[in-house]
Design a protein. Structure first.
Length: 296
């Protein structure tokens, strides 16, 4: 099933946060590759998380490749051949858990994810357009070769990276993508760029079929929905985190949880949001509660 088919439906459910869920299952992700390290060392854990989200009612699940760009593997002492193999394995594990109606989408975290310092929540990094493109293209090509046709450029905090993704995607046909960003507040991307300006850029990117926000608190997203609906020409996808702050040095989430995704999802669906799910701190149980509410 294509992403565009899902977007024609009343509502589509995305999965939740992989890394924090696998932690709850008892696995350690305090590693430079984060949860992607489990593809090599404990692949059954990867399958278990995917299966839990499918069983909870998720229509789309994301491959466990958010942190797993080729440079991330190389920085961990592995080879490029290792990177190719483990990225392919990530696809195999997700597909094993999926049903015939489940979309398996390739998770493409931002350049900031490789830095391991929480930069995907600030956008505080700057490299050349060529560097951004190379970073994303290697993993994208490997996942396409593994059979993935739907991709999530997610947690993108930096407008220059968005522009580079636009250049990258101009060279691709026959794939479907969504792009989701992190926000500083209801009106601004994490790097401070106006959300209106971001929407204008995204509206010109080839192969983008949905736009939205992820790994940002439900409270901030709630405040941003009206502007997103006004400025985005694409259907909206929203998948908040639990509202905590990420301590990149200790690799833990701190502070209290935010307002409930379960409650927010009802409002967002009524406002016309097309895809709703969760990010860090949102597990299968919460996705299941959203599904139950939508069936009432």
């Amino acid at each position: 099933m294509k992403l565009q088919d899902k977007l024609k439906q009343d509502i589509t459910l995305l999965d939740g946060g992989f890394g924090t869920t696998v932690e709850q299952f008892g696995y350690d992700v305090k590693h430079p590759l984060w949860s992607s390290n489990l593809i090599k060392h404990q692949p059954e854990a990867v399958y278990q998380v995917h299966k839990a989200f499918v069983d909870s009612g998720a229509d789309i699940i994301l491959t466990n490749t958010y942190q797993a760009a080729v440079p991330s593997f190389l920085n961990s002492g592995l080879t490029r051949d290792d990177a190719v193999y483990y990225l392919q394995q990530a696809v195999t594990l997700a597909r094993r858990a999926a049903t015939d109606q489940t979309i398996v989408a390739g998770s493409l975290g931002p350049y900031g994810a490789m830095l391991g310092n929480g930069a995907e929540y600030t956008g505080d990094y700057e490299v050349t357009a060529e560097d951004y493109i190379h970073y994303h293209q290697e993993r994208l090509d490997i996942l396409i070769a593994a059979g993935i046709t739907v991709f999530a450029f997610e947690t993108v905090p930096n407008v220059e990276e968005i522009k580079a993704i636009k250049t990258l995607l101009s060279n691709y046909d026959n794939i479907e993508c969504w792009l989701s960003v992190t926000l500083r507040d209801k009106n601004h991307l994490s790097d401070g760029t106006s959300l209106k300006d971001v929407c204008e850029i995204v509206s010109t990117i080839k192969n983008i079929h949905a736009f939205g926000v992820n790994c940002t608190s439900a409270k901030v997203i709630d405040a941003a929905v009206e502007g997103l609906l006004q400025h985005s020409k694409h259907p909206l996808i929203l998948y908040p985190n639990g509202g905590r702050t990420y301590d990149a040095e200790k690799k833990i989430w701190i502070d209290q949880e935010d307002s409930s995704l379960v409650e927010a999802a009802v409002r967002w669906k009524e406002q016309g949001v097309k895809i709703i799910g969760g990010c860090c701190q949102v597990g299968p149980e919460e996705i299941g509660e959203v599904v139950k509410n939508f069936k009432v």
